[in-house]
Design a protein around this ligand. Structure first.
Ligand code: G16
Length: 546
């Protein structure tokens, strides 16, 4: 198939809403699905160009809006090693998406070819997948049209979790090399994780049943398929919220974002003392755990708690294996609870970096460590092992049985943990591995540190793009004067911290606050949210103390 600017113009998909401005946000393009058909066409063209630029390496395209409501949709590109699209290309994506005529699209395409010195005669390979949203089939057609017009070889992998697509991209690009990541099929993915899990829990008593809320999303059928690879005596899982064909059910009063934001279990999940629960999000790339404390209160074990658990376990294994020259580090965002950072730095004595929101930022920072644990508080995250760490784990000769066991466990973790992106199924298995190895209840895991009371709120404003930040999103640059106002409010609360930033996936400004007590936290959140509303052009009702 050849590249043709004429074909790109001839098949142009017009914009449904002339004045809509598209931006490649925290995780690609995301908005109400109705306005995304033209974007899908352009993303097809961009994926082709990206593959041609990289000599025909396979690029991935995932159609999903993850945690957003069902009427939204979105699309993101996956680079050859399974990581998010290189950031310098996001501006090209935005330029193409906002080209409103066949001529301006052809011109924008030519500009990318010229500035990136792309040889359009190179081959292009693109694979794609999608989640359970009703808008996906129509959007897939538009994507296919863009891929075809720009001359890519393609493969449709159908219904997938986002992390499975990332896995497939890496497998296809490393096939036949010494770095081969795995079999590029869903079966290959399940097999790799299942075998690693069996090794990691071998010899330990199986834990009680884990209850998994799948957000009525793609995680439900995929988790079921995965579980056919493990017998009941290895893991016992009870799946709820698996209604993927019920209209309006996706992420509605369930899923990781609901649980994290509302700090409560989904209303239809009957949470019993002594049981262990977790929730995926709509495309199964996030996970949070929770349980009922002995005092009958809801307890959340979010991304920060998972990072702490993983870092603690890996540090212990690295020490037991006698390879403590490996540098283990943790990457967080401003949303990390102050107590978690304190635990990592003061108790575990692990270096911690803070970066902007978005897996793309955390992933690259984590690559700077031999073993980089990265998690957002909302449950997005994974652990990256550098090539030299993998080599050390593989080649170190054990001198004692204990050292041998630790090396085997580390080797199993490198297979179990998705190295391309945060993955709810893989992260679930990581947590289950650690709890099984320690024979811990969630309560015992929770004892590492006590979270400061915290709250997340959303404020809808006329134009969220006026909210710009610095210092890993911890301080506002604009609207002018608002940061000083927030600082003055925060100063009145013990252990108070609050920051404000525009969401890159929803049309809202997010407000985060934490303080010494629940009452102080709620009041602080409310006061900051009101300041945002008043100075930032709030729309609709003024925030009320809930
Ligand atoms: C996406 C990103 C995450 C980010 C989240 C919220 O998650 O992949 O890294 O934390 O959006 O971002 P924002 O605060 O900018 O809206 P998901 O699960 O929706 O793909």
């Amino acid at each position: 198939m050849s590249f043709s600017l004429q074909a790109i113009q001839d098949n142009f998909v017009p914009h449904k809403k002339e004045d809509f401005i598209y931006t490649y946000g925290t995780a690609g393009f995301r908005s109400i699905a109705d306005v995304l058909d033209s974007v899908m066409y352009k993303v097809g063209i961009l994926a082709t160009l990206r593959s041609k630029k990289l000599g025909g390496a396979t690029i991935g395209v995932m159609i999903t809006a993850s945690h957003n409501p069902e009427q939204d949709n979105g699309v993101k590109l996956v680079d050859p090693r399974g990581e998010m699209l290189e950031q310098s290309w996001e501006a090209y994506a935005t330029k193409l998406a906002n080209s409103k005529t066949p001529e301006t699209l052809a011109q924008a395409t030519e500009e990318i070819i010229a500035s990136q010195k792309i040889n359009v005669d190179q081959p292009a390979n693109v694979i794609y997948g999608f989640d359970t949203r009703p808008s996906c089939p129509e959007l897939v057609k538009n994507l296919e049209s863009g891929l075809q017009a720009s001359g890519a070889e393609t493969k449709n992998y159908g219904l997938l979790t986002t992390p499975m697509l990332h896995y497939l991209v890496r497998c296809l690009n490393t096939a036949g090399t010494s770095d081969a990541y795995g079999e590029p099929t869903a079966e290959g993915y399940y097999h790799k994780l299942a075998e690693a899990y069996k090794t990691a829990v071998k010899g330990f008593t199986r834990l009680s049943t884990l209850h998994v809320d799948c957000a009525n999303g793609v995680g439900a059928p995929k988790l079921r398929e995965f579980l056919t690879h493990l017998s009941e005596d290895v893991i016992s899982v009870d799946i709820s919220n698996d209604q993927i064909t019920t209209q309006g059910a996706l992420n509605k009063n369930c899923g990781a974002d609901y649980v994290k934001t509302n700090q409560r279990a989904p209303p239809n999940v009957k949470i019993q003392p002594g049981d262990r629960f977790c929730s995926f999000d709509g495309d199964a790339d996030r996970i949070v755990y929770y349980y009922l404390g002995s005092d009958q209160t809801f307890r959340l074990l979010d991304g920060d708690k998972i990072a702490g658990l993983a870092a603690m376990f890996i540090m212990d294994l690295v020490n037991d294996a006698g390879i403590d020259s490996l540098k283990v580090g943790v990457v967080q965002t401003a949303y990390a609870n102050g107590s978690s950072t304190n635990y990592l730095e003061k108790v575990l004595k692990i270096p911690v970096s803070c970066v902007s929101t978005g897996v793309k930022h955390l992933h690259h920072e984590a690559e700077k460590y031999d073993v980089g644990v990265y998690f957002e508080a909302n449950g997005h995250g994974t652990v990256l092992f550098s090539p030299s760490a993998l080599n050390t784990i593989k080649t170190t000769e054990a001198k004692t049985p204990a050292q041998n066991r630790a090396l085997q466990q580390l080797a199993a973790l490198t297979e179990l943990i998705n190295q391309t992106v945060g993955d709810a199924i893989s992260d679930m298995l990581l947590v289950e591995t650690i709890l099984t190895n320690r024979q811990w209840s969630p309560e015992e895991w929770d004892q590492a540190y006590t979270d400061l009371p915290n709250r997340l709120a959303k404020v809808v404003v006329a134009d969220r793009s006026v909210f710009t930040t610095t210092n890993a999103e911890r301080q506002l640059v604009s609207p002018a004067g608002l940061q000083a106002e927030i600082d003055a409010i925060v100063a009145k609360y013990s252990q108070g911290r609050s920051f404000v930033r525009a969401s890159g996936t929803e049309d809202a400004v997010r407000v985060y606050a934490e303080a010494a007590t629940r009452a102080e936290t709620d009041e602080l959140t409310y006061k900051v949210a009101q300041a945002v509303y008043d100075r930032g052009g709030g729309v609709g009702a003024r925030p009320l103390m809930s």
